[in-house]
Design a protein around this ligand. Structure first.
Ligand SMILES: NC(=O)NCCC(=O)O
Ligand SMILES: [Zn+2]
Ligand SMILES: [Zn+2]
Length: 464
């Protein structure tokens, strides 16, 4: 049951140092130079490699019923793909349909997640409001390890939260010691712009970014931040894709507000030229919201990560295959929104972040695990290599290379937005809860081995 990782450089968010790491059961039990280990221990040679906390992807959608279909990846295939890429924990979303009870939806998602091969935990979306929602938020925080609630400011006529819901839910979050998170896009504007474009006969995927320009995102980001300011709550903005939203976050933080921002690997790497393809399948495969943006916005996002105004990196992993995307063949607004990435996030961010000198290895750890663990209150259990932390570890070979392709990926969907990109810096071994789940290209994911991770509230819960 013991594993010793020998001779590597341990990288935590605060420093990097030479050390062996000894794991017993699902925990790290010693970190230091020339450690003794039981004779029966499995030895992993990490010389010339980095030993880092397993990645935390704070934004995925496995098994999601969405836009008339269900994502291609379930909790097994999605988390297994994550393990292959060095991500050992995901934070997924329970998304009740309007009028569905929060508790019913929560238990539905917990049931689907029984298959997970890696650890998981949930944000719960507030898609409507009444007294039962108020009550169930309390139950979720008190009894079910939920400390974050999600608000979709987009997706009108579906899961969009109006201002009344935002205000009441943010207030309730404050009372409970939970953190509100938002998908910031003005859903009414998106809806009207979609109708305008369709009326003009502009029905193809190239209209998708036109219906969701940066100002639509920035309006919602500014509104969510203003609501949080008035109510004195923190707020976490998911998938920040444009300079204007980043500026809103930067401004609020400079004024002393506790605002966090998340960047997606896709938004950091891929630009909006993908929507100009004549090939419907290719362009539709990139339809996600907010859309991919220009290189100028990409550069701003990197600056946000470097400057500490964006804190986490995620994928918004939400895969649909070509047949599912074809639902929008004659109307881009019906293309199921979402792209994959859970397997590739760590490698593409290392390659485009560390190899280019934008991020140090410790900064990489911050934005791929430690910050998410701290913001969502599972630190130091996750996001740290230290005695007592979970043995979720990625041994990272900075010289290893891989050319990303849908042909070799482990997740479903049959498409990869990073197709053909060769990355330098890959996981040679992944440990999840003290088990080797990825080793030298071999995936050893076990269905059902993942655990639900409770996330305590940020203060003792006294509210009813
Ligand atoms: N992002 C996306 O296009 N699909 C998943 C749902 C969401 O996060 O908005
Ligand atoms: Zn979203
Ligand atoms: Zn999402």
């Amino acid at each position: 049951m013991s594993i010793i990782i020998r001779g590597g450089t341990v990288v935590n968010a605060d420093r990097a140092f030479k050390a062996d790491v000894l794991c017993f059961g699902d925990k790290i039990v010693a970190v230091g130079e020339n450690l003794d280990a039981p004779a029966s221990a499995t030895v992993i040679d990490a010389s010339g490699q980095y030993v880092m906390p397993g990645g935390i992807d704070p934004h995925t959608h496995m098994n999601l019923p969405f836009m008339g279909t269900v994502t291609a990846d379930d909790f097994f295939t999605g988390t297994a793909a994550g393990l292959a890429g060095g991500t050992t924990t995901i934070i997924d979303f329970v998304i009740p349909s309007p009028q569905q009870s929060l508790m019913e939806a929560y238990h539905q998602w917990r049931g689907w997640a029984q298959k997970a091969a890696g650890d998981y935990t949930f944000h719960v979306a507030i898609t409507w409001w009444d007294e039962s929602v108020h009550r169930d938020m309390g139950t979720l925080v008190r009894d079910h390890g939920v400390n974050s609630f999600k608000h979709f400011m987009a997706y009108k006529n579906a899961i969009m939260a109006d201002d009344e819901t935002l205000v009441k839910s943010f207030r309730r979050c404050l009372e409970l010691g939970a953190i509100p998170t938002v998908h910031a896009e003005n859903g009414e504007l998106v809806y009207q712009l979609q109708q305008d474009l369709i009326r003009q006969g502009l029905t193809g995927p190239s209209s998708h970014p036109l219906s969701r320009p940066p100002a639509v995102e920035a309006e919602a980001a500014n509104r969510a931040i203003a609501i949080a300011d008035v109510l004195h709550t923190p707020v976490y903005i998911v998938h920040v894709s444009c300079q204007e939203s980043l500026e809103a976050i930067t401004r609020a933080r400079a004024n002393g507000q506790r605002v966090y921002g998340e960047a997606l690997a896709g938004h950091l790497i891929i630009d909006d030229s993908v929507y100009q393809s004549e090939d419907f399948e290719f362009a539709a495969a990139h339809v996600m919201s907010p859309p991919f943006r220009s290189k100028q916005h990409q550069a701003a996002l990197w600056h946000g990560l470097q400057g500490g105004n964006l804190h986490t990196t995620a994928t918004d992993h939400c895969t649909f295959c070509a047949e599912q995307k074809a639902a929008g063949k004659n109307d881009f607004s019906k293309i199921p929104n979402g792209c994959g990435g859970v397997e590739d996030r760590m490698a593409v961010i290392w390659d485009a972040g560390v190899n280019t000198g934008r991020l140090t290895p410790s900064e990489f750890v911050k934005v791929t695990s430690a910050n998410a663990a701290q913001i969502f209150n599972i630190y130091p259990r996750k996001g740290l290599i230290a005695v007592g932390s979970d043995a979720d570890i990625v041994v990272w070979d900075p010289q290893g290379t891989r050319t990303i392709s849908a042909k070799t990926q482990h997740n479903k969907g049959g498409f990869n937005v990073f197709e053909g990109r060769t990355v330098k810096g890959i996981p040679s071994t992944t440990l999840a809860a003290g088990k080797i789940v990825w080793h030298q290209g071999e995936l050893r994911a076990v269905e059902g081995a993942g655990r639900h991770i409770d996330r305590p509230a940020f203060k003792p819960v006294t509210a009813t």
